[in-house]
Design a protein around this ligand. Structure first.
Ligand SMILES: *[C@@H]1O[C@H](CO)[C@@H](O)[C@H](O)[C@H]1NC(C)=O
Ligand SMILES: *[C@@H]1O[C@H](CO)[C@@H](O)[C@H](O)[C@H]1NC(C)=O
Ligand SMILES: *[C@@H]1O[C@H](CO)[C@@H](O)[C@H](O)[C@H]1NC(C)=O
Ligand SMILES: *[C@@H]1O[C@H](CO)[C@@H](O)[C@H](O)[C@H]1NC(C)=O
Ligand SMILES: *[C@@H]1O[C@H](CO)[C@@H](O)[C@H](O)[C@H]1NC(C)=O
Ligand SMILES: *[C@@H]1O[C@H](CO)[C@@H](O)[C@H](O)[C@H]1NC(C)=O
Ligand SMILES: *[C@@H]1O[C@H](CO)[C@@H](O)[C@H](O)[C@H]1NC(C)=O
Ligand SMILES: *[C@@H]1O[C@H](CO)[C@@H](O)[C@H](O)[C@H]1NC(C)=O
Ligand SMILES: *[C@@H]1O[C@H](CO)[C@@H](O)[C@H](O)[C@H]1NC(C)=O
Ligand SMILES: *[C@@H]1O[C@H](CO)[C@@H](O)[C@H](O)[C@H]1NC(C)=O
Ligand SMILES: *[C@@H]1O[C@H](CO)[C@@H](O)[C@H](O)[C@H]1NC(C)=O
Ligand SMILES: *[C@@H]1O[C@H](CO)[C@@H](O)[C@H](O)[C@H]1NC(C)=O
Ligand SMILES: [Cu+2]
Length: 633
């Protein structure tokens, strides 16, 4: 459907201004305009600091980047990606401070890959600004909703929110949406460090542009910082040419056998090339053929920490750089011993830091490849190029395409969506799991078949967000006796049936801190990247056959050091088809915490469970007045 025919076109404000493009044009104008070096730098990730390349190096050859145009100026709505280059002089040991940020959510039109569509912006830009802080800092973030019709809410992905569950940003669980025209202030401290991100947790809204990187530093990083000279963010994601709710309606329609919308393209740091001629003249799409690749303009012979974040909706990627191996040093905020890889799989919402050394030949630029694992798609797309590319340049000329001598690794590609083998990722700071005190099994499946709606069931429950209240408020009021009824019925271990029928809530620590094992079991043929809010969990075991209970009770539950010592911890893991994972977390963080598949389509289909932690503490917790007020505005 054409951008200008999309159902929501009318409700969109004219900001940023509607582009005056010609309708659909032929191929890439590859031969045309020579971009000024400034364009490469402007679009790329950083300014070359030391001038050009080694004059004795053979001069690079290659075609100029596709695209071009009369202007080298970034479109108004594009974030200047230079702000994704972190300042290595940042003081990681500075005393804690309060940092204020303003995020204004608005709607309009943009064309990250040249194809014009309705999308959402933060502070008028796409993608969102970097939020950077030190461990111990307080973040005070004033979110203003300038959408015309819909509410919003911002989740701080991976942040513990210990003691401030109501700022977790999860619609229907920890807050009601911020209504159009209103502001809401998130106010919390960050007691952890590493690579995180923030995104809307209201319906499929983040898929349309509401997200950005969140990086927290700490003195604990000091050793890791010896492994690199530069630090920068690389967002990798799938991208659709229609507004997310258009795709969601198609996906959730009756008799759709769990066939997820297939992305139209991928983006790297909010930008990618798209071949406009793939859309016929009758497609009704507007596509600007000056679109081009994202360029990472680097210095030669340096080590770059690339903080990869999959900000997409559906696709897992295998990330690689031609002729360069990558050294993985972080997974979801957990530093790991360096692990060299050629291809790095990264599923939706996961993060990795990988060190890239710019020590190969300077005679060419190189392709950075983010290859979608299309085996996980049930459908196909006539326009999708599954290899999303960006240009790595330290040749002295950031405006030319990599030559033939930039060569992809020959390692086989994944044939199912899965994580990088956990056993290769050994946390740099050993933190072994304490023995478990309790275990819950959770099963999920999709109801497909004749006349079934395409909905996910978690132990039989199809989640849908509460309206005008949250599970947090229900629980606090229920536990404290503010709501009429039996207060002790809310303080149970196991499924809490006092919630309405569309909420599957498992009480995990009603009276004291428990160490909780979850056996998460998939009865589905797809792969699902599961994210647990408010915690890092240990990954103790994964498998697809029967679960070995004998081994569990003898070795795993009591944390026999030979089986689970220093297991990987993270906050998002992939559950493979018809497989299970055993994870452990310490339920010492009072609140209602979502455990859900991060594929936006699946979450909206209901693939979400919740844990209720520390009912004994929640009973006396005061949900701030402005948080409650969101539910009655
Ligand atoms: C774009 O697609 C057209 C038609 O498939 C093809 O002829 C052309 O070479 C492509 N352009 C580029 C830059 O890949
Ligand atoms: C691409 O073309 C569009 C339409 O003419 C224009 O608005 C935009 O500024 C151009 N982008 C660049 C980077 O030149
Ligand atoms: C949040 O931002 C809005 C819009 O700029 C402003 O009106 C409001 O006063 C701000 N709120 C606080 C608490 O700073
Ligand atoms: C607002 O929400 C409605 C209902 O989900 C949806 O159809 C519409 O596209 C959304 N609009 C925007 C701008 O988010
Ligand atoms: C959360 O806060 C509680 C109470 O202050 C504390 O005991 C616990 O260790 C904290 N948990 C984490 C993960 O910081
Ligand atoms: C943020 O929370 C702290 C601790 O509760 C409080 O002292 C401070 O006034 C709050 N700041 C804002 C801007 O609400
Ligand atoms: C480049 O650096 C990497 C990481 O230190 C090393 O493994 C590789 O051998 C180096 N390559 C060259 C060509 O020096
Ligand atoms: C970069 O390459 C382009 C295209 O080959 C060429 O026109 C331009 O002069 C080169 N720039 C530099 C700084 O070498
Ligand atoms: C990249 O690696 C390939 C395969 O090993 C090799 O043929 C090619 O020459 C390398 N390119 C450069 C620029 O070193
Ligand atoms: C979920 O369902 C499974 C299978 O019926 C059951 O064994 C398990 O106890 C249930 N989990 C909870 C937390 O109720
Ligand atoms: C939510 O509250 C609004 C405003 O008070 C009301 O119009 C609406 O019917 C309520 N919805 C539900 C499901 O309670
Ligand atoms: C209240 O709930 C608890 C826990 O479910 C139950 O044991 C108790 O019998 C209930 N009391 C009443 C009066 O219903
Ligand atoms: Cu899923």
């Amino acid at each position: 459907m054409a951008a200008d025919q999309a159902p929501l076109a009318k409700e969109l404000s004219p900001k940023p201004p509607r582009p005056r493009g010609r309708l659909l044009v032929v191929s890439g104008a590859v031969t045309v305009v020579v971009l000024a070096l400034a364009l490469g730098l402007g679009l790329g990730l950083g300014l070359r600091k030391n001038g050009g390349s080694n004059p004795s190096a053979s001069s690079p050859t290659g075609e100029p980047l596709p695209g071009g145009g009369s202007t080298t100026k970034l479109e108004d709505w594009r974030l200047d990606i230079r702000q994704y280059t972190l300042d290595m002089k940042w003081d990681i040991s500075a005393p804690p401070v309060t940092r204020h940020f303003d995020l204004i959510i608005s709607e309009g039109q943009g064309w990250p890959d040249g194809v014009v569509r309705d999308m959402l912006f933060i502070n008028g830009k796409f993608p969102g600004p970097l939020i950077e802080a030190n461990m111990g800092d307080r973040l005070v973030v004033n979110v203003t909703n300038q959408l015309t019709k819909n509410a919003t809410a911002i989740h701080w992905h991976g942040i513990f929110q210990n003691g401030t569950n109501w700022y977790d940003g999860t619609t229907g669980i920890t807050q009601c949406g911020i209504p159009p025209g209103k502001s809401f202030v998130y106010n919390f401290t960050v007691e952890q460090f590493g690579t995180y991100w923030y995104h809307s947790h209201y319906s499929t809204q983040y898929s349309d542009g509401i997200f950005g990187p969140l990086v927290i530093h700490a003195p604990e990083e000091a050793n890791a910082r010896n492994l690199y000279d530069h630090d920068q963010i690389v967002l990798v994601q799938d991208w659709y040419h229609d507004f997310s709710t258009v795709n969601l309606d198609t996906y959730l329609a009756p008799d759709n056998e769990n066939s997820e919308p297939v992305p139209d393209n991928g983006l790297i740091n909010g930008m990618a090339y798209f071949n406009c001629s793939l859309y016929g003249a009758d497609s009704g799409r507007i596509c600007y053929d000056n679109n081009t690749y994202s360029v990472l303009s680097l210095e030669a012979d340096k080590r770059y920490r690339l903080r990869l974040i999959n900000t997409g909706s559906f696709a897992e990627f295998e990330f690689s750089v031609d002729n360069h191996s990558l050294s993985v040093i972080e997974a979801d905020g957990v530093l790991v011993h360096p692990q060299s890889v050629h291809r790095l799989p990264i599923h939706v919402a996961q993060r990795y830091s990988a060190v890239l050394t710019t020590n190969a030949s300077h005679s060419t630029n190189y392709w950075l490849r983010a290859e979608m694992v299309t085996f996980c798609f049930t459908g196909t797309s006539p326009v999708l190029d599954p290899t999303t590319k960006a240009v790595i340049s330290y040749s002295g000329n950031a405006t030319i395409l990599p030559s033939e001598s930039s060569v992809d690794w020959s390692d086989p590609r994944l044939t199912i969506c899965q994580d990088l083998d956990e056993s290769k990722l050994v946390p740099a700071v050993e933190k072994s799991p304490p023995p478990a005190t309790t275990l819950w099994r959770i099963d999920f499946s999709f109801g497909i078949g004749d006349h079934q709606l395409d909905r996910a069931k978690v132990n039989g429950t199809i989640w849908s967000p509460l309206i005008n209240t949250t599970t947090l408020i229900s629980a606090v009021d229920g536990l404290s006796g503010k709501a009429n009824g039996n207060a002790s019925a809310w303080a149970v271990d196991g499924q809490v049936s006092s919630f309405s029928a569309d909420q599957f809530v498992v009480g995990v620590s009603a009276e004291a801190v428990e160490v909780v094992d979850i056996l998460l079991y998939s009865l589905d043929e797809g792969s699902h990247p599961f994210h647990l809010h408010g915690h890092q969990f240990w990954i103790l075991q994964k498998g697809s056959g029967p679960f070995d209970w004998g081994n569990y009770y003898t070795n795993i539950k009591p944390s026999d050091p030979r089986t689970v010592a220093n297991a990987l911890r993270r906050d998002t893991l992939t559950i493979e088809p018809y497989a299970w994972a055993l994870i452990r977390f310490v339920a010492d963080n009072p609140g209602l915490w979502a455990l859900h598949c991060h594929i936006t389509w699946h979450m909206e289909a209901g693939l979400l469970a919740q844990f209720m932690s520390r009912a004994d503490v929640l009973r006396t917790m005061e949900v701030p007045r402005d948080v409650r007020a969101l539910c009655s505005s």
